[in-house]
Ligand binder design. Structure first.
Ligand SMILES: O=C(O)CCC(=O)C(=O)O
Length: 313
């Protein structure tokens, strides 16, 4: 028997308040261990009343470009659904775990991200979203790759092994439309604006794994910026910070900033944490989106005679 509190059907959801859980879990080089950890965090989040749970960027694999091809799985496709919550042919224990947990706990799960191998052998950094019936409702391939070289700071080139995605990703829920990006995607205000403006998203979610150079400087600032620009909630989930293995590991150790956070449309941090493992809970009052968009109506005040955002997909 499941130990979780059984969530009621979607019909009983109060559309004005959404309890979210941001899982800041420790990630290791052992995929089976990472699966067990993810299951435990999803159980805990459900037990404490969350309706939507977010996992961090790359939760089943080390965050290392050389590791991505080894840990990559063939993921399901949203279009391949057969109506029973199943999808076409794929081979992914990680996606199975997310789908089973979503159904078991009647949760919306934004499955952080995992390395994906497609039919052409390209590798992507991909997020899957499951609804409480276990249907795959969104699949986002990180669209802006994390390729940076900060002198004296961090050098990282995701494009060494990853290809970028091309999808503006969002999904409908009883609490309105939710937009999805992954980590570095948060640096691109145009993408957030497309989600908020053209796809009417009141919540933007970014599983992420910032680092000790850009994390302290930009992580919270970017979240608050996207929230105020778009007058919406912004949610992030990071891996917990872990120590490098005592012996040199197979892959370079990535030290995550942590600080999974929820920001309101006003730009306030409503829930956050430090670098340690744990779950951040937040109760989102969705009326704040309308209140903000009505009281400071920048959406209607844009000078579209002088500038305009053009979505191309
Ligand atoms: O933008 C940054 O500074 C960090 C981004 C990152 O860590 C990522 O995209 O995985």
């Amino acid at each position: 028997m499941s130990a979780s509190r059984q969530n009621d059907d979607d019909d009983d959801d109060d559309p004005s308040v959404l309890r979210v859980a941001l899982c800041q879990l420790p990630v290791t080089n052992d995929k089976a261990q990472n699966h067990q950890t993810a299951r435990e965090y999803l159980n805990r989040a459900a037990n404490q009343g969350a309706r939507l749970v977010v996992l961090p960027e790359i939760w089943n694999s080390p965050y290392a470009t050389a590791a991505f091809p080894e840990y990559a799985e063939q993921l399901p496709d949203v279009l391949a659904q057969d109506g029973d919550g199943h999808t076409g042919v794929y081979e992914s224990p990680s996606a199975d775990l997310l789908r089973e947990s979503a159904k078991e706990h009647k949760l919306w799960i934004v499955g952080g991200s995992i390395p994906e191998r497609d039919d052409d052998d390209k590798i992507y950094n991909t997020s899957l979203v499951f609804d409480p019936q276990g249907n795959l409702v969104a699949k986002h391939r990180k669209m802006h790759l994390f390729d940076i070289d900060v002198p004296g700071g961090i050098t990282f080139f995701e494009s060494d092994t990853l290809s970028p995605g091309n999808t503006v990703s969002h999904f409908a829920t009883p609490w309105g439309n939710i937009g999805l990006g992954i980590c570095y995607d948060i640096r691109f205000p145009e993408y957030a604006m497309l989600l908020a403006k053209e796809h009417d998203c009141g919540i933007l979610i970014y599983p992420g794994a910032f680092n000790l150079t850009t994390g302290p400087a930009h992580w919270e600032l970017l979240q608050r910026g996207r929230a105020v620009d778009n007058q919406c909630f912004v949610l992030t989930a990071s891996p917990a910070r872990t120590e490098p293995p005592s012996k040199a590991g197979l892959y370079p150790h990535y030290t995550a900033w942590g600080h999974s956070t929820a920001v309101s449309p006003w730009g306030e941090v409503i829930a956050t944490t430090n670098e340690k493992a744990g779950i951040v809970f937040a109760d989102l009052d969705l009326s704040k989106v309308t209140e903000m968009r009505t009281s400071i109506p920048i959406g209607k005040q844009k000078r579209t005679d002088l500038y305009q955002l053009v979505g191309k997909s």
